[in-house]
Write a protein that binds this ligand. Structure first.
Ligand code: ATP
Ligand code: MG
Length: 202
């Protein structure tokens, strides 16, 4: 057998084994349920991944809700794209990062009132996908009652998907989630003095 033929044969056998394994795993996955996805870690890509799933969901005609717990300095492209979409109910907390407001009382008030919007979505069976962007900070700063948040997440409709983003997700959030991705930072242009770029960063 020529060298390339032998290599093709080996490749074919390896791919057959892989296919058997993957087909087996697919056949074993029979559960259909609303997922809780947590995207955390210091690397870039948490919110954009959540909005990627929102885009997929809207593409499939699913009813979605978004609550952003931090209003960035720049209005993000996703808000411009989705807020007028009849499939998406979009809420943004009306304060910026805590180091900008520097007013704990005001931040708590805004967080609690914004959480009310999230709770309404998490009770509504007609809402199929909920994105809670930057929610983790509301818990790490102690702006929202942890039990209240966990309770609403755990008691949401059984088929509703929820996606939570933000750095330093608490162990309780990770525990109740089905899928958790911790994005690691290998490099970020910011540290080379590059300012935020439209389309990439917001
Ligand atoms: P993205 O919205 O791009 O998916 P993210 O949600 O993972 O990012 P956040 O912590 O919410 O990241 O930060 C939001 C903004 O800060 C974005 O403009 C992003 O590019 C920038 N950013 C993300 N990670 C870092 C980092 N490690 N250092 C500096 N800036 C960052
Ligand atoms: Mg983010």
């Amino acid at each position: 057998m020529s060298e390339s033929k032998e290599r093709n044969e080996r490749h074919k056998k390896a791919m057959q084994r892989k296919k058997e394994y993957i087909d087996g795993r697919i056949a074993e996955a029979t559960i259909d349920k609303g997922l809780m996805v947590v995207l955390t870690g210091n690397g870039k890509g948490k919110s954009s991944s959540a909005f990627g799933m929102l885009a997929r969901s809207v593409g499939h005609g699913l009813h979605c809700g978004v609550v952003q717990f931090i209003k960035g300095q720049w209005e993000c492209g996703e808000q411009m794209l989705f807020q007028e979409n009849p499939l998406v109910e979009f809420h943004v907390m009306n304060t910026g990062f805590t180091w900008e407001t520097q007013d704990r009382e005001k931040d708590i008030e805004a967080a609690v009132s914004t959480w009310g919007k999230a709770e309404t979505l998490l009770k509504n069976e007609d809402v199929e996908v909920v994105v809670l962007d930057e929610l983790t900070y509301m818990l790490t700063y102690g702006y929202l009652d942890k039990e209240r948040v966990l309770n609403a997440l755990e008691n949401r409709p059984s088929q509703q998907h929820v996606i939570v983003t933000g750095r330093s997700a608490s162990k309780e959030l990770i525990e109740i989630a089905d899928t958790v991705t911790e994005l690691g930072e290998s490099k970020h242009a910011f540290y080379d003095g590059v300012k935020v770029q439209k389309g990439i960063d917001y």
